[in-house]
Design a protein around this ligand. Structure first.
Ligand code: CTP
Length: 398
């Protein structure tokens, strides 16, 4: 499964470090070569001797061990791997990574590497949910850092909730996925994302609550599988992912033009929350109160339906066209009708009624509607939805 792969395993200082002994064993059984690095704190949880013995290789602990000419330098060490895995990724290590600190060997290697990095976070539930950790998680995801877990469950500290490190088997599977050549290598995929802003006058516009997080996660997951992604995004609140071609637009009409320019593509995913209507008579000057007490009357015009336009293209239609249906009631029925109306292949339907907190939130509960029926996915993070969709797309194109 991992034959010949070189893994630089950075072990952080948390109680879950003990699971790394099992992880090293599994990596080696799968054919990988593991070079372990221990942080100072990790040495309180696992002994350097047991780690080195299981890895069957030299263990690295100190930045200044590496200054000797005879030793491998930290730059070389960070690059002589196919993948860097951080397990457990403690709150402290994640904060260092997010801030770009390089005060010890582990953080320096993470700054210096040119390889992909997979983290397996583990910490107390409150620490996981702390706003600082949330910020760091978002930063790391935006930097293209892959992650697995944490799982929910009983914690060593006696509390219950998300924070338990993923099991070695899960980390092994995530490692294999991160190292796979990329099921979508060579595929051109277009993704739309974010809201659109439809101007009323030079200072005002009509918008919606889309943060762009689901579209961003999808673009990141597709690029992670090797696809060549064009990411057409309205004014989103989350930053665009790394490693994709970003085209920024404001209005629905600009989005349609950018989408058309990005074709041909093998697949198109329309995750943008496009405004259905624009102000027909956009004012070139700021609208002023005229003293009459009467508010201005805005006339609306219908925006082009980008998904329907591309789905119904007579020539050059992408092989797989995927839309979203944000619904507040009768989700599957509405989405099934929407799929037929627009002419797309798949619809990912989600319930966006206010109680779900999906608009702008981190989770999504999705039903995939295709010609063969509806497949309900359990509640997942938007990254997990994105990975699952990328997987489905890869299967459909295979
Ligand atoms: N969409 C689009 N262009 C539009 C409107 C929507 O490409 N002008 C796409 C969205 O990106 C999404 C799908 O169409 O993939 C569904 O959008 P939604 O707004 O939920 O559907 P509507 O067509 O607006 O239908 P309704 O207003 O009846 O819910």
């Amino acid at each position: 499964m991992l034959a010949g792969k070189r893994i630089l395993l950075i072990i952080g200082g948390g109680i879950a470090a003990y699971k790394c002994l099992e992880l090293i064993r599994r990596y080696r059984e799968a054919g990988a070569q593991v070079t372990p690095v221990l942080t100072k704190a990790a040495e309180q949880f696992v002994t350097p001797l047991s780690v080195a013995a299981l890895a069957g290789r030299k263990l690295y602990r100190d930045l200044f061990d590496l200054t000797d000419e005879a030793e491998m330098g930290h730059i070389q060490l960070s690059r002589a791997a196919d993948l860097v895995v951080v397990a457990p990724a403690t709150a402290d290590l994640m904060a260092k990574m997010a801030a770009g600190l390089a005060g010890d060997l582990a953080s320096t290697l993470l700054m210096a590497t040119d390889k992909r990095v997979l983290i397996a976070p583990a910490m107390n539930v409150r620490m996981w949910q702390h706003p600082a950790t949330r910020r760091n998680r978002a930063t790391l995801a935006g930097d293209g850092i892959l992650s697995v877990g944490p799982n929910e469950g009983e914690m060593a500290c006696g509390e219950y909730g998300p924070g338990r490190m993923a099991e070695p088997a899960e980390i092994l599977a995530a490692t294999a996925a991160a190292l796979s050549a990329g099921a979508l290598a060579g595929r051109r995929i277009l993704v739309t994302s974010g809201p659109t802003h439809e101007p009323i006058d030079p200072v005002r516009y009509i918008a919606n609550r889309s943060s762009g997080s689901q579209g961003t996660a999808i673009a990141r997951a597709l690029a992670g599988q090797g696809a060549e992604v064009t990411f057409v995004t309205g004014p989103a609140t989350v930053p665009p992912p790394e490693g994709v071609h970003v085209v920024k637009v404001e209005t629905a009409r600009e989005m349609l033009a950018a989408v058309t320019a990005a074709l041909p593509a093998d697949v198109a995913v329309f995750a943008a929350a496009v405004a259905d209507w624009r102000v027909a008579t956009e004012s070139g000057r700021k609208l002023k109160k005229d003293g009459s007490g009467r508010p201005p009357v805005l006339d609306f015009a219908e925006n082009p339906d980008i998904l329907a336009t591309v789905s119904q293209m007579a020539q050059g239609r992408p092989r797989l066209v995927i839309g979203f249906a944000a619904e507040t009631d009768d989700v599957v029925a509405h989405a099934t009708a929407k799929r037929a109306r627009k002419g797309c292949d798949w619809i990912l339907a989600n319930d966006v009624s206010p109680a779900t907190g999906i608009m702008g939130g981190s989770h999504n509960t999705v039903t995939l509607i295709s010609a063969t029926g509806a497949e309900s996915w359990p509640e997942m993070t938007k990254d997990q939805v994105a990975n699952r969709l990328a997987q489905k797309i890869a299967e459909a194109l295979a």
